[in-house]
Design a protein around this ligand. Structure first.
Ligand code: ADP
Ligand code: MG
Length: 510
């Protein structure tokens, strides 16, 4: 080989070595970066861990906070609001009633026909529409005029089809699912907005009055005779179907719960309540907080960037409004470690772009190559076709976030049961006679409503599993979770009927 040939050979060898070492270097760097991404997942799992022992601490904290909120106004982050609802529907309600359900995402109008016998809802018609975004941050008049004119259209449509004898005035139950300080069972003052609504001129005003005025402005003859929270509506429908229903939980855009409390346990208004017996208490549990809640940096950032920082801490870990966004934040963190997601588009940085139903669809993707995950990431976040191992990683993230949410919701439910002595432990006041109370454990029904619980199978399964783990195999079968489809809306109509002057048949809850 001549000198030139030798130089060429050496040159080629050197070049090959350089290429090889660059490739090896790149592979090593990718491997290290991948390990860092996996570490992000592991840290998330650790931060979101909810072993049963921790869930039991949450149960205890919930029961203690409930008690504190009942002792004095402002005694707890749980507002424990009075509803003045003493009488839950008995099943004997009769007639046609309307209801409006203003939740978080959707707005529903219902017309419910009651047949006068338990579980005899002859029929109900629903008009469901999304709340236009601009009305969520406009003025109260704009919002209520929109509601009242939709209501008027609905009434006209319905009453054209089925003859309504208009000898009596139409009566309406209004489900308004935001924190309200009730002044009676049909009136109350808005304390604050949640779930992305910001209509400043409404805060401090009577919600029923705003609606009643808008109804009159729109020329409709209808009286608002029940103002309730969605939880109370769900409890009402639950009780209508099953008298053992003692609590109701909403797990939709937001989350909240209510339950039946002994009037004498509502210490903060002792002497003020004229009606003995029980009263439904609206917990506003979305604002529950405890140091036992497993909080991560993603939760802290989400809270800090929300319109209501330091508020609704429990809700921000559990409800449909937030779960997708927690996942989005974890993906941002992962994409900082490794370009596994390809050139990251600015879409990933748009808050709430990854909505919870999309997250659920990725979580529940059962195609062998996780095609749906890839498609959602491509369509929503403009990611290029990402590799399979990364798709799996995203599914894991969805799983961790949802599992924590569902298990915390379960702990909250058991917290309520503990407060009223229905968890088999003898209530918070006693730890004694455990064995005795276990054997006497009464059948207990919790009504549940909300799109997250009803549409997200894995969420539901995790919640049910955690209930059994916390309560134990012996007690768990006595606690039944019943889905109350459209409970918040139908329940409002039922309470409008219970409260109606024309209806005499109501029962006192004992
Ligand atoms: P609202 O809370 O507004 O009264 P819903 O009870 O219907 O309304 O709950 C709607 C919420 O439920 C949505 O905002 C979403 O977060 C969640 N949700 C709806 N469908 C699904 C789904 N398929 N998977 C997961 N979450 C869902
Ligand atoms: Mg709702």
């Amino acid at each position: 080989m001549g000198k030139v040939g030798l130089k060429l050979a050496v040159g080629c060898a050197v070049a090959a070595c350089v290429v090889a070492s660059v490739m090896v270097g790149r592979r090593v760097r990718r491997k290290r970066a991948w390990r860092r991404v996996v570490k992000v997942l592991e840290e998330l799992e650790e931060g979101c861990a909810t072993p049963v022992a921790r869930l039991r601490q949450v149960v205890d904290a919930m029961a203690v906070e409930m008690h504190a909120g009942l002792v004095s106004e402002g005694g707890s982050k749980l507002k424990m609001l009075l509803t003045f609802v003493h009488n839950l529907p008995s099943g004997s309600e009769e007639g046609t009633y309307y209801s409006l359900d203003l939740g978080g995402t959707n707005f529903r109008i219902l017309r419910v026909q009651l047949g006068g016998q338990r579980s005899a809802i002859i029929g109900h018609d629903v008009d469901r529409q999304p709340i236009p975004q601009h009305l969520m941050t406009g003025t109260s008049e704009e919002l209520f005029d929109f509601i009242a004119s939709s209501l008027k259209d609905f009434v006209e449509r319905e009453e054209n089809v089925s003859e309504h004898s208009q000898s009596e005035r139409r009566e309406l139950g209004f489900t308004f699912s935001f924190p309200v300080k009730q002044t009676s069972s049909s009136s109350g003052i808005l304390i604050k907005w949640t779930k992305g609504f910001v209509i400043e001129d409404m805060v401090g005003r009577d919600v029923s009055e705003c609606l009643q005025q808008a109804i009159s402005r729109n020329g409709l003859d209808m009286r608002v005779n029940a103002l309730i929270n969605d939880t109370v509506g769900t409890l009402a429908l639950g009780h209508y179907h099953d008298e053992d229903t003692v609590a109701a939980v909403i797990i939709g855009t937001g989350t909240n719960a209510c339950y039946l409390e002994r009037a004498d346990a509502i210490i903060k208004c002792q002497g003020l309540l004229t009606t003995p017996g029980d009263m439904v208490v609206n917990m506003e549990w979305g604002n529950f907080w405890s140091s036992h809640l497993p909080r991560t940096s993603y939760d802290i950032d989400l809270d800090a960037e929300s319109p209501n920082p330091n508020d609704q801490g429990f809700e921000k870990m559990i409800s449909g409004m937030y779960l997708g966004d927690i996942v989005r934040r974890v993906i941002i963190r992962m994409s900082e470690e490794l370009d596994v997601f390809g050139p990251v588009s600015s879409k990933l940085h748009v808050p709430f772009i990854l909505r919870t139903p999309l997250m659920a669809a990725m979580h529940e993707d059962d195609t062998p190559d996780l095609r749906e995950v890839a498609q959602i990431l491509r369509d929503t976040l403009e990611f290029p076709d990402i590799p399979q191992n990364v798709r799996k990683l995203v599914v894991r993230v969805c799983d961790v976030v949802t599992r924590r949410a569902a298990r915390l919701a379960a702990a909250g439910i058991v917290g309520i049961l503990k407060k009223i002595g229905r968890d088999g432990s003898g209530g918070i006041a006693s730890g004694k006679n455990e064995g005795a109370s276990r054997s006497k454990m009464r059948r207990t029904v919790v009504a549940v409503e909300g799109g997250l619980y009803t549409n997200y199978t894995l969420f539901r399964e995790y919640l049910n599993e955690a209930m059994t783990q916390i309560l134990g195999e012996e007690i768990a079968p006595s606690v039944i979770i019943k889905v109350m489809e459209d409970g918040s809306g139908i329940g409002a109509a039922l309470l409008a009927a219970s409260h109606s002057t024309s209806s005499v048949d109501t029962v006192q809850i004992l």
